[in-house]
Design a protein around this ligand. Structure first.
Ligand code: UDP
Length: 327
């Protein structure tokens, strides 16, 4: 019988991590999860796969990698709030950057040399071209993005120094839910557009649109919304690529199609059959007018394509999740 690879997933109890763990297990990978549960939910991961462990617990990380005969690590564990990162940069550089260094030191000790890393479109800052190719300038404009840039740079040196092959997936806007798996977006506090719009529909309390005077056709910001299950499948494609001997690379993980905030509102009104109560507020600091991926490299190199990322499917799945879990 063919032995399936053993994968260690950090932050596997979080939003994107839990969807990826679900798909990995369905495809027969042996999965160990570490999560400190500071943000993640233990119920989002099968109990027998979950190890409650910090990225800074070097002995436990090494022991887990050795006993699990880990072939590759998928590293999600990180804080994700851009706004908070501007107010508390130390927290982001400690958890996201120093935490990654601790993980990499444990990988070195255990001899693990394949890594898929959760990076972000925030590494591009305010892009000068849209759609954004991976070759665009790296110029983060907030500590969250910079905390990821620093890790990407370290990964280049680990490749040179020790042959660590890594894939950095630069996420655009993850959204949607997998209701068969009982998984979806549960951030606390929630700051993301789609769950906030759905909450406004459900509760009648208006959502605030952050600015309608951007240089876009309807004045609201344009983002590239990618269903979390499509993002999860990109991680699996990345793991397979690395296990097959693929070289270190960065890929934009988006659909290549952008939607404005108003277009998202219209989609929610179509799906729910209800009006979205909303008000217009000032711009949110640090929001570029448009972030849309050029995802051709991911499609071509990893033979990946989005299968669930129409705005309708995203909103429908998130609406079912909202009503099942928050009503
Ligand atoms: N947005 C908004 N109101 C909100 C939350 C978000 O208008 O309450 C806008 C935000 O300005 C951005 C888009 O929705 O243009 C997506 O924001 P989100 O926070 O979901 O993701 P981000 O783009 O920051 O990763």
């Amino acid at each position: 019988m063919l032995l399936m690879p053993n994968i260690l997933v950090t932050g596997g109890a979080g939003y994107i991590g839990s969807h990826t763990v679900y798909q990995l297990q369905r495809q027969g990978f042996t999965v160990s999860v570490i999560d400190d549960l500071s943000k993640g939910h233990s119920a989002s991961v099968p109990a027998d796969a979950l190890h409650v462990c910090s990225l800074f617990d070097h002995p436990q990380l090494v022991a887990l990698m050795r006993s699990g005969r880990i072939d590759a690590v998928i590293h999600f564990a990180a804080f994700i709030s851009v706004g908070e990162s501007g107010k508390e940069p130390e927290k982001y550089f400690h958890n996201n950057t120093a935490g990654s260094m601790s993980l990499f030191a444990a990988m070195a000790e255990a001899g693990v040399r394949k890594l898929v890393f959760s990076s972000t479109a925030a590494v591009y800052g305010n892009p000068t071209q849209v759609p954004i190719p991976e070759t665009a300038a790296i110029q983060a404009v907030n500590p969250y993005g910079e905390s990821k840039v620093m890790v990407e740079k370290v990964l280049d040196w680990l490749d040179t120094a020790r042959g660590v092959r890594s894939v950095r997936l630069r996420y655009f806007n993850a959204c949607g839910a997998n209701n068969d798996a009982g998984l979806g977006e549960r951030h606390d506090p929630e700051t993301h557009l789609i769950p906030l719009i759905l909450r406004a529909v459900r509760t009648g309390r208006p959502v605030t649109l952050f600015g309608d005077d951007y240089p876009t056709p309807d004045g609201t910001c344009i983002r590239d919304y990618i269903h979390v299950d499509d993002l999860a499948s990109a991680h699996i494609a990345a793991v397979n690529y690395l296990l097959g001997g693929g070289a270190t690379a960065a890929f934009n993980a988006g659909t290549g199609r952008g939607y404005s905030v108003r277009e998202v509102i219209n989609a929610v009104e179509r799906v729910t059959g209800k009006e979205v109560p909303h008000t217009i507020g000032p711009r949110r600091e640090g929001d570029p007018a448009q972030l849309v991926a050029d995802s051709s490299k991911l499609r071509q190199t990893l033979d990946w394509q989005p299968r669930h990322s129409t705005l309708e499917e995203i909103v429908e799945s998130a609406w079912v999740f909202e009503n099942r879990n928050f009503a």
